[in-house]
Write a protein that binds this ligand. Structure first.
Ligand code: CP3
Length: 363
């Protein structure tokens, strides 16, 4: 493997194509033959094959059986014809080795049984069992063996803020009241919680990279609940530490969040190679806010996948035109595919991204 040669600080100049998948090269802002494309939540309930597997297994069972997790990952990537495969796992898995039980309740999302609310709760969290997550690494090994250099293999984890919010709220949240109460009211406990999360996630990412992940995506899905001042004061530092720790392992990092228009510059300061953009601002504006020294990923509204094909194509082309052929754009959605999305429209977007490249190459 040649991972150590592939890491590049965000400010490094683009280099000629030498190796790596189209997706990996785009992460590093190297020239590509066409824009790579993949989709957030590309393996999930909108796909018939996944629903078949889910009839016989729970979500966590699929995650814990490398054979199944690899199968679901590979099937989705093959069926869509995308340039990267994200490992089938869940953001919440690291909670278990830290000592928090959770379950996915039908229609309600994740529920953590005993949420972290006090300094003592933080103290009780364990950081010495990240190795229990080796099942994710085993699944990555299988996916990497299947695709080799043909596709990028994406490992992932939650960002410290987003994972802390699940631990404290006990599930999804509208206003993040408990999270912000700890953040503002017991900053020592808050910092200690983030330190523990970073320690576990660093080891978790190391397992994934050693198993063959080419890139790690850090999901800060709920960071948009923070204003810029609070992001800088309470979340930035822990994210930055995680980003750097992963880059030290020799792979680039994609740092993704939603409703982040006001945070993009600060998120880029973590040093992440790629910043994920949601759909609420045009891609070129988002990229300018991030800075052209970073790659960007995005940013189609996932609900546009329900639009007539002509409208869908207009939106896809608008994004590609905004990227303007600049090295370092990875086509994706601004957030995850929702369960009732028509698969054929997702496949159509892959074709559109490919054809757009073809037209520009000829014309
Ligand atoms: O291809 C893929 O991207 C699937 C792998 C994947 C899952 N979860 C499996 C899953 C990934 C990348 C995730 C990440 C994840 N999990 C995030 C970050 C991504 C984002 O969209 O911001 C978050 C916030 C979670 C936590 C989580 N897991 C929630 C909120 C839910 C419920 C969502 C719902 O629609 O019910 C889950 C469940 C979950 N994780 C499902 C899948 C395929 C759907 C439920 C199921 O199959 O039973």
């Amino acid at each position: 493997m040649h991972k150590t040669n592939l890491t590049s600080p965000a400010e490094a100049a683009p280099q000629p194509i030498v190796d790596g998948s189209r997706f990996l090269r785009a992460c590093l802002r190297r020239p590509v033959d066409r824009t790579p494309v993949w989709f957030l939540r590309q393996a999930g309930r909108y796909m018939q094959e996944y629903r078949e597997v889910r009839k016989h297994h729970t979500l966590v069972e699929i995650c814990k059986q490398p054979e199944l997790a690899a199968e679901v990952t590979i099937t989705a990537a093959e069926k869509l014809g995308v340039d990267a495969a994200i490992i089938f796992a869940d953001l919440l898995l690291p909670l278990e080795p830290m000592g928090l039980d959770f379950e996915f309740q039908a229609g309600e999302g994740p529920v953590v049984h005993h949420p972290v609310r006090t300094a003592d709760d933080v103290l009780a969290l364990r950081t010495d069992r990240a190795g229990d997550l080796a099942y994710v690494a085993k699944a990555i090994e299988k996916v990497a063996a299947h695709f080799r250099e043909r596709l990028g293999i994406i490992g992932f984890c939650g960002a410290p803020y987003t994972l802390a919010s699940y631990m404290i709220e006990g599930g999804g949240s509208r206003n993040y009241i408990h999270t912000k109460q700890m953040m503002y009211g017991d900053t020592t406990a808050w910092c200690s919680l983030l330190d523990k999360i970073v320690a576990v996630l660093t080891e978790y990412c190391r397992l994934q990279v050693e198993a063959g992940a080419d890139v790690i995506q850090i999901f800060d899905s709920w960071v948009g609940s923070l204003g810029l001042t609070d992001y800088r004061e309470y979340a930035f530092e822990a994210s930055k530490r995680l980003v750097h720790a992963v880059q030290q392992m020799g792979v680039p990092v994609i740092y993704f969040g939603v409703e982040t228009a006001g945070l993009l510059g600060a998120m880029a300061e973590t040093g992440a190679d790629v910043i994920g953009l949601d759909w609420r601002q045009p891609l070129d504006e988002g990229w300018r806010a991030v800075g052209h020294g970073h790659a960007v990923q995005g940013n189609l509204d996932p609900i546009t996948l329900f639009a007539p094909l002509e409208v869908l194509e207009e939106r896809v082309n608008e994004i590609l035109r905004a990227a303007n052929g600049r090295p370092g754009h990875i086509f994706n959605l601004g957030h995850g595919i929702v369960p009732t999305t028509p698969v054929e429209n997702v496949q159509a977007v892959v074709r559109m991204v490919r054809e757009f490249q073809l037209e520009t190459a000829i014309g």
